[in-house]
Design a protein around this ligand. Structure first.
Ligand SMILES: [Ca+2]
Ligand SMILES: [Ca+2]
Ligand SMILES: [Ca+2]
Ligand SMILES: [Ca+2]
Length: 425
């Protein structure tokens, strides 16, 4: 059993960090001194390092938390107005599992638009559109929230965050580009970590700052969080607004930054609601935190985008026989090879976002199966029916053996499935 457990752990490790090239963790990239600063002062040596040497680029892996156009106006807008950045593009990438941090990746169009530089380093509108095409697409796939990606680029500190960017320069002769590579997996948005305002604010409503980043605001920076049972204290609810403050019944508050979607035009929220967003630091080194709400469906109870329920194929936020039926009907399909758009993979029963519907997804479904019915009984119904109509499939036969067995074995088989896939690669 000991060997078995070790293999399972190794298998999980391979899934979580599927590529073995050297990469920074978000955790080390975001390290700060006790005053909240990082670079120029080299808390992590690559932050602010010489951009003439491409070896100084960092490499991070994680899940994309937002679609760029949902939070910043990406439209080309070449101009010389001081301070007008023109088109902007940004994604937040959250670290996987134990890498409890996240990193923003940013680019703007009108670099160096202030006199006297005369606009050297700006993108023309044509160049900007071309640049967006370069970073929005990876192997023909459009980068979307919920994608697993690898980002390679130079890091620079900005108000207590280490951002990946071009060092705010479009150099004709130096490679300051960053790249966003889709790792051919679309696991979907991670579960938002539920926090309370007391986790990030003290009793006097002052930000809790810990330079070791183990508690308080730093611990959640650039990650997806959920704060339940809040109300609006003040501010104007509108697209792109950064004036709304939420509060709880202890007097603690938090500033919101609202996304650009038109649904932010109307506030249908109940007096008390839950909010989901990216916990961001924008206005200071030990304070200036806010919650960036990237989307809103116009509902009454939740402000923000709810991550998908693991194991839910039909999108009703329940995991039951309906989802099992969908998974069974698509069992064995390689959606990636078939050319199915990756955001749709979940609706075919691919819950780990690798593009294949197999025993790994069955394990996820089993682990999240709703309490209102019996997984084993439903499984027997759905999969026995399936295997009778398709009794030549070796995999289906193997799975049929699982029916009637307990959840732990199903899960173990799920993990073995994942491990075998890795060995085949
Ligand atoms: Ca910080
Ligand atoms: Ca560039
Ligand atoms: Ca469902
Ligand atoms: Ca899968």
């Amino acid at each position: 059993m000991k060997i078995g457990s070790t293999i399972q752990i190794l298998a999980l490790g391979m899934i979580v960090f599927p590529f073995s090239i050297h990469a920074e963790t978000h955790w080390e990239l975001q390290a700060v001194y006790s005053d909240g600063t990082l670079a120029g002062y080299s808390k992590y040596w690559k932050v602010g390092a010489d951009f003439g040497d491409s070896n100084n680029k960092v490499v991070i892996t994680g899940i994309v938390l937002n679609n760029p156009e949902d939070i910043l106006d990406t439209q080309a807008n070449y101009n010389m107005i001081p301070g007008d950045i023109g088109g902007q593009w940004q994604i937040y990438v959250q670290g996987l599992d134990g890498d409890h941090a996240g990193t923003a990746v940013w680019i703007g169009q009108n670099y160096e638009n202030r006199p006297p530089s005369g606009g050297v380093g700006r993108y023309t509108n044509e160049e900007w559109v071309a640049e967006l095409n370069r970073i929005n697409f990876s192997n023909g796939h459009q980068i979307r929230q919920g994608d697993l990606v690898r980002v390679t680029g130079f890091a620079l500190q900005y108000n207590g965050k280490s951002n990946i960017n071009e060092r705010h320069k479009k150099h004709p002769d130096i490679d300051t580009d960053f790249t966003v590579e889709w790792l051919e997996q679309t696991p979907g948005l991670p579960e938002a970590e539920v926090i309370t305002l007391a986790d990030i604010k003290d009793s006097e409503d002052k930000e809790i700052f810990d330079g070791t980043r183990n508690i308080g605001c730093e611990y959640y920076q650039s990650r997806l969080v959920r704060i339940n049972s809040v109300h609006i204290v003040s501010g104007t609810f509108a697209p792109d607004s950064d004036s709304v403050y939420i509060g709880d019944d202890t007097g603690r508050t938090l500033r919101l930054k609202l996304g650009l979607g038109e649904t932010f035009n109307t506030n249908n929220l109940n007096s008390t609601f839950d909010v989901i967003g990216i916990f961001d630091q924008e206005y200071g080194y030990v304070d200036g935190y806010r919650l960036w709400v990237t989307g809103y469906n116009g509902g009454q109870t939740i402000l923000g985008i709810e991550p998908p329920v693991r194991g839910d194929a039909n999108g009703d936020r329940m995991v039951n026989v309906g989802d099992l039926g969908i998974l069974a009907a698509n069992y064995g399909r390689n959606l990636k090879v078939e050319g199915v758009d990756s955001p749709l993979w979940r609706s075919y029963g691919d819950f780990n976002g690798d593009g294949v519907v197999n025993v790994g997804d069955l394990g996820i479904l089993a682990a999240n199966y709703g309490a209102e019915s019996s997984y084993s009984a439903d499984y027997a119904k759905v999969f026995v029916a399936q295997s009778e109509s398709d009794n030549t499939s070796e995999e289906t036969t193997a799975d049929a053996i699982c029916s009637g067995l307990g959840l732990p074995l199903i899960l173990m088989l799920g993990m073995m499935g994942l491990m075998l896939m890795k060995l085949e690669e």
